[in-house]
Design a protein around this ligand. Sequence first.
Ligand code: ZN
Ligand code: ZN
Length: 155
Amino acid sequence: MLVEARLPADAPLWDESGIEWAGPVDVRLKASHAGTGEVVVRGVIEGALAQTCRRCLEPVTGSLEHAVTLVFVSSDAPGFEDDDGTHVFDPGGEFDVSNAVREELMLAVDKYVVCDPDCRGLCPTCGVNRNTDSCTCTVEEADPRWEALRALKNK
Ligand SMILES: [Zn+2]
Ligand SMILES: [Zn+2]
């Protein structure tokens, strides 16, 4: 059984997932029955990520291609237990992979990206983007030796 879905970037599914998309997410999976009431789903999830550089807060786009293997347990399987992390399907209902896909991606997507490994980030004092602008803020470096001298002076 093939499970194909195109999940829109603004689908409610992604609310509070921490994942932002630049376009729809394509899910192409193949489901096969394995053992008692289990369905194994394998395939690929692809999409364009819209992320933010953690240093300078500029948008960063990246593509995601993630191979998955998900095991679903039928809710009427003998000895069924709904543990954390178990994907469940209702044998009488529609086979819905979207929640499992969401959980999988929340673990797979790196949320701490940078626009460039050499990104200089924002000035902590005035907030300009130091990749494109310069500012006259001087970074005050607290040197413990000078602090000690200063303390003596003030006595
Ligand atoms: Zn950056
Ligand atoms: Zn500055």
